[in-house]
Design a protein around this ligand. Structure first.
Ligand code: MOS
Length: 745
């Protein structure tokens, strides 16, 4: 029996998905169901001065029209705390429909409940609102003079500023200095499945919510606080989730609104956000700019890095996606300063979005590095090698594992980097200018704060069910967990069933920050190996077992049979032992306590990205012709799903580079392109040949299986590699994402 971990196993839920049998949160059959539609504020700032709901209330099929006047208020609005903390994780510390104040366009102002979704939608258009608008800030440029440096960002988990050494002195003494500012358009997640909640009250203190989420337990704890109920009153179920990209990492208003509406009408309520509402209801990547100042010697060795970020946040929270973390440790630099500057605007609190922070932070750093390489006349890859840091430059501690230089080497081989003519505009094919570029990819290994749990139960026929509260939103986690469980127990994958997607199951973190699979995987590994060890202990203590008296450490399990390591003919199956000793099943709860973040090592995931572009010399059209990404993500649980995630990440990086932008209309304070027709994401026709490879690194520090995560590092560095390739092709530096064709005319 070869190990299941590392194998290429098709998705265990794939069959259900392609047959249309997966149950999404808006599809769960519920008797007596009603439908809710949210009505959103049209102004970005001000007050509601009058509401007339009479016509809407008279409309056919309408059961209730709820506004702040008749919606029962929420009990407590929890403060923003990222879901890795394992507690309530609201997307913002503001809950709408509690009074007449409007803070951002799209803020919920009414809910209509009707017997059909069409009737609810229609009745929503019949509500008359009068507003007293006040001036709104929706763009950085409107208020950059009001920027402040927050004490802490990210729900208090990260400092607003950090420094080491003396940056000013190093800058004054630098032989070469690169000082550039990059601007980033806001981005929205755009999963295929919009957020949806179906709320069912069994009685006054028993609520089930079918919710499309990255973390059923986060939803449970958040709803408990909002509704003023104990967690035992709330069950959150997430059978299948159609993508997320961070939009379902935190808990937004719709599950609580659905629950409040359902309580009001005394019937189950289904609330599905429209595509347009997905642009105002689940956060986004904030509008931002980042200034990078690099000081270096003539040999390119960096002596100082200054990294300032300026971004737009909400009226309620000091949110900035953490863009400074990976750049601060990417290269050896004795002097460093990183500062977040925030401007309060009339927007929902921004949130985790596809490699939150690193996708933009590493873009800025890696474009500046390319400029530095050009300035001193050194190959961009050679410049990175000269500045490679074998220890965490922040703490001086060794990396728990790295693999970065191997990633560079392998990427260069696969791409054919060496021998590149560094001169811009040196390659041309007809009307197409050809260029190549590269970038480093770094992503932090984020550890959950709370213990992670999983349950394993082995039956006396040798099959096992393994459970944890994680939801499957396309990452392949159910498949990977089946593999971890199979190896932990020593049985084939076909005999394991993994069950997730409910807050009734053992508590695990919401799957965010590329930490989902490693968090639940560690718990599953511990639960299943502890269960295996328990049965081995029972066998060696049993007078009727062929293993009686053996040293438990000398026993291994293969294909459900416990055998002596050096005498595989001596042993018995789990099933034999369990039948003989009247055990119908054995069950173990495994608990993994994540190591503290500062356990004596720097922990990060590393990779290298390379891209080749063709730019139309007359029209400015950029086509990405090929991409190579090589990563060192630690233990790979499933080659196929890991490859898919890394490749998918790289394609999202292409989207970030060339396509993705949400445009704000500052006159209305509203998004101007809130649809999948106008917000461009990469499609097959945009996708070039993508080569993905991994470098094996063993990591004894991060968790029991040495997993560092593949969820998001694929995105990081891609946009910089493309921007650097565009410069190589055209001789024109790119300081703003996305790189649309007018920037190349
Ligand atoms: Mo992921 S964007 O950290 O939910």
């Amino acid at each position: 029996m070869s190990p299941a971990i590392g194998a290429t196993l098709n998705r265990v839920d794939g069959r259900f998905k392609v047959r249309g049998e997966s149950r999404y949160s808006a599809e769960v059959p519920v008797p007596n169901l009603t439908h809710a539609v949210v009505v959103n504020a049209k102004i970005a700032s001000g007050r509601i001065t009058a509401i007339d709901t009479s016509e809407a209330e008279r409309a056919e099929g309408v059961l209730a029209v709820l506004t702040h006047r008749n919606l029962s208020p929420v009990a407590t609005v929890p403060k923003l705390l990222p879901s890795l903390a394992g507690l309530a994780a609201p997307g913002q510390s503001f809950f709408p429909m509690q009074d007449e104040t409007i803070h951002y366009a799209g803020q919920p102002v009414a809910i209509v409940v009707a017997d059909t979704i069409e009737r609810a939608d229609h009745a929503g258009t019949l509500i008359r609102f009068e507003y007293a608008p006040t001036p709104a800030t929706t763009l950085l440029d409107q208020a950059r003079d009001q920027a402040y440096v927050p004490e802490r960002i990210f729900g208090g988990l990260l400092p607003g500023h950090a420094s080491r050494g003396d940056v000013a002195k190093a800058l004054a003494e630098a032989e070469v200095c690169v000082d550039t500012t990059y601007r980033f358009a806001p981005n929205h997640h755009n999963p295929i499945e919009p957020s949806a909640s179906t709320a069912v009250w069994e009685d006054a203190d028993r609520l089930t919510v079918y919710d499309s989420t990255q973390g059923p337990n986060s939803v449970q704890f958040t709803l408990a606080e909002l509704l003023g109920l104990p967690p035992i009153s709330i069950r959150v179920v997430s059978h299948a989730v159609g993508g997320s990209f961070g939009s379902k990492a935190m808990v937004w208003h719709h599950p609580a609104l659905a629950a409040l509406a359902a309580r009001h009408v005394g019937r189950p309520v289904r609330l599905v956000l429209t595509r347009e509402q997905m642009f105002t209801s689940c956060g986004h990547r904030e509008e931002q700019e980042q200034r990078i100042t690099l000081a270096a010697g003539a040999d390119g060795r960096i002596t100082a890095l200054r990294h300032h970020k300026l971004s737009l946040t909400s009226p309620f929270d000091d949110w900035a996606e953490p863009s400074l973390q990976s750049p601060s440790v990417a290269y050896t630099s004795p002097n460093y300063e990183g500062i977040y500057h925030l401007v309060r605007g009339n927007t929902i609190t921004p949130t985790f979005t596809r490699a939150p922070g690193e996708a933009t932070g590493m873009f800025a750093l890696e474009c500046a590095m390319d400029e530095l390489a050009e300035r001193i006349g050194v190959d961009p890859l050679e410049l990175r090698l000269r500045n490679y840091s074998a220890t965490d430059p922040e703490s001086g501690k060794p990396w728990s594992s790295s693999g970065l230089t191997e990633c560079y080497q392998r990427a260069a081989e696969l791409f054919g980097w060496h021998g590149r003519d560094p001169r811009p505009r040196s390659r041309r094919e007809g009307q197409w200018l050809i260029g190549t570029g590269m970038a480093s990819a770094l992503y932090p290994v984020t550890q959950p704060v709370n213990p992670q749990r999983a349950r394993a139960r082995l039956y006396n026929d040798g099959t096992a069910v393994v459970e944890a509260g994680v939801s499957e939103f396309g990452t392949g986690v159910f498949t990977a967990m089946t593999q971890v469980a199979a190896d932990g127990l020593g049985i084939p994958v076909e005999r394991v069933r993994f069950v997730g997607g409910s807050s009734d199951l053992p508590n695990v973190t919401a799957a965010v920050g590329s930490a989902g699979t490693s968090a639940v995987g560690s718990a599953v590994h511990l639960a299943t190996t502890q269960l295996r060890d328990e049965l081995i202990r029972r066998a060696v203590a049993d007078d009727h077992s062929p293993l009686r008296g053996a040293d438990p450490a000398a026993v291994q399990v293969r294909d459900g049979k416990m055998v002596l390591r050096d005498r595989p003919d001596v042993g018995e199956t789990y099933a034999d032992l369990m039948h003989r000793t009247f055990m119908p099943d054995v069950e173990v709860l495994g608990t993994w306590n994540p190591p503290p973040q500062d356990a004596g090592y720097g922990v990060h995931t590393f990779g290298a990205q390379m891209a080749e572009v063709a730019v139309d010399a007359d029209l400015g059209v950029v086509r990405v012709r090929r991409m190579v990404g090589v990563f060192a993500p630690g233990r790979v649980l499933n080659r196929k799903t890991a490859h898919s995630q890394l490749m998918g990440g790289m394609l999202w990086g292409l989207g970030q580079a060339l396509l993705e932008a949400t445009r704000m209309d500052p006159r209305m304070g509203r998004w101007a392109n809130a649809s999948l027709g106008d917000y461009l994401v990469p499609v097959n026709a945009d996708a070039p040949d993508v080569v993905v490879d991994t470098i094996e690194v063993h990591d004894e520090v991060v968790n029991p299986l040495g997993m560092k995560g593949v969820g998001e590092i694929g995105v990081v560095g891609v946009a910089a590699a493309i921007a650097n390739a565009v410069h190589h092709a055209t001789g024109r530096r790119q300081y703003e994402l996305p790189i649309t064709l007018e920037k190349l005319l």
